[in-house]
Design a protein around this ligand. Structure first.
Ligand SMILES: [Fe+2]
Length: 152
């Protein structure tokens, strides 16, 4: 049984993809609005499908245990904030400096959120979830994410 197949590695894969897309977007300027729009569309779908599947499969499970409940509720609150900011960005022109400022703040919040998950939440989760459970959650996550992706 390799740890590769557990939920933690699966989520980390997505996190790295999200970080990569954010770095690419941060590299664009207001006069590259078309490129920004394309990258943002990919980022939005990837992030929303990831966050919603993570909430439905992983956080929901962690809310059941006293040891992990608060971290999961905190994570859920951060997801709500991030979704709100994505919505705001969708209604701002990528050629506007307000877009640049909003994206910058979103990136800071997300970097912090992903790091906290990987460094604190995953560790706490490993104390309450068995290895087979962590593997099963990985499969459930995959399925949930692909279903959500089709509806985004
Ligand atoms: Fe995540």
């Amino acid at each position: 049984m390799t740890r590769k197949q557990q939920i933690y590695e699966r989520l980390k894969q997505d996190h790295d993809k999200i970080r990569e897309l954010m770095a690419q977007i941060a590299d664009t300027s207001e006069d590259q609005a078309g490129q920004r729009r394309d990258l943002f569309a990919r980022f939005r779908t990837e992030l929303l499908a990831h966050a919603q599947a993570e909430s439905n499969v992983f956080y929901e499970r962690l809310e059941e245990y006293g040891e992990t409940r608060m971290k999961a509720l905190e994570g859920e609150t951060e997801h709500e904030l991030v979704e709100h900011m994505i919505h705001e960005l969708e209604h701002t022109s990528p050629g506007d400096d307000h877009w640049t400022a909003r994206f910058q703040v979103l990136q800071e919040i997300l970097e912090h959120h992903l790091e906290e998950e990987e460094e604190e939440m995953f560790e706490q989760a490993q104390d309450v979830l068995s290895d087979p459970k962590a593997m099963e959650l990985s499969k459930q996550f995959e399925q949930e994410k692909s279903e959500l992706r089709q509806r985004l």
